[in-house]
Design a protein around this ligand. Structure first.
Ligand SMILES: Nc1ncnc2c1ncn2[C@@H]1O[C@H](COP(=O)(O)OP(=O)(O)OP(=O)(O)O)[C@@H](O)[C@H]1O
Length: 284
């Protein structure tokens, strides 16, 4: 069952297409990372996902209640934490006050603290508490880790993972810090120039791709046997990041498994390459 899907989703701002023909599906319970260079269309896709803007063409479907945390993390600096939580409760019929209270206590914050007196990391945690207490089935976050130090980023990701484990909700979050997404996100969507380049389960993508390094003299023959996503040629040695199995290689070649960061960088460097879900994944 998919928590979120788009079909042919496109958005044009005046004469510029911010998103083109985007079709993807994220199964329920996944923590999906949305990555792509500046201007790729990530914020546009997230705003379409939560209904803040309307598509120029195509459709978005989200199963159940959706909560959104925007890049700006809107919080009133002059409010205390208690006032912030009361405000959340009044605006949200499905507000889970126990969850909010427990999270604020866990963070070691006093309900009397003013938002303006909190650190960036603490404010991010408070903003996250506000959206988690809405008990959404789909939580959409636009760069929740930006402007946070490594420890605070780790803490935010840990809080998100704990919330997913407790509730079974689906998360879609954009980030530029791919290393923070390793070991936490289990679904990857790469957007580039307004188009979906990759959408799939991280485990499958990691299994399907590999890094091959070997003599430059043999690289064309190897490259011809599989789908090359990215290629780096030095005088004597070449490295290929491939999607698929090239079969047996001569002993001078080495094969290495790819990490999430290798994979993302390879696709970002090659905007025309694509690894899109097979029909079985889309209907999973
Ligand atoms: N309201 C708008 N009016 C006009 N153009 C827009 C608007 N919003 C986005 N765009 C354009 O659409 C394209 C995609 O922008 P978007 O903000 O979705 O990218 P992004 O991937 O989130 O970028 P970043 O990583 O820098 O946040 C950009 O070229 C941007 O200038």
């Amino acid at each position: 069952m998919n928590a979120f899907s788009t079909t042919g989703l496109s958005k044009r701002f005046r004469r510029k297409w911010a998103l083109r023909d985007c079709s993807l599906a994220i199964p329920r319970g996944r923590v999906a990372a949305l990555v792509g260079p500046n201007g790729a269309g990530k914020t546009t896709l997230l705003r379409l996902a939560v209904g803040l803007i309307r598509p120029t063409a195509g459709e978005v479907t989200a199963a159940g209640a959706v909560a959104f945390l925007s890049q700006e993390k809107p919080l009133y600096q002059g409010f205390t934490l208690a006032e912030t939580m009361r405000f959340g409760r009044e605006l949200n019929p499905s507000w889970d006050g126990d969850l909010a209270t427990a999270r604020i206590a866990e963070l070691g914050l006093s309900p009397k603290s003013k938002i303006g007196a909190l650190s960036g990391g603490q404010r991010a945690q408070v903003a996250l508490t506000l959206v988690l207490a809405k008990r959404p089935e789909l939580l959409v976050l636009d760069e929740p880790l930006s402007n946070l130090d490594p420890l605070a980023r780790h803490e935010v990701m840990r809080a998100l993972m704990a919330a997913v484990a407790d509730s079974g909700m689906t998360v879609l979050l954009s980030s530029h810090v791919v290393s923070d997404l390793e070991n936490t996100c289990d679904w990857l969507v790469v957007l580039n120039r307004g188009r979906v380049q990759v959408s799939g389960a991280v485990d499958d993508l990691v299994d399907e791709h590999r890094l091959l390094t070997g003599p430059a003299a043999e690289v064309d023959a190897v490259a011809a046997r599989t789908e090359v996503v990215d290629r780096a040629d030095a005088a004597r040695q070449s490295t290929l990041l491939v999607n698929g199995d090239p079969g047996p290689l001569s002993p001078q070649w080495t094969r290495r498994a790819v990490g999430l960061e290798d994979l993302v960088l390879a696709y970002l460097r090659s905007p025309d390459a694509a690894a899109l879900p097979r029909p079985t994944l889309t209907s999973a």
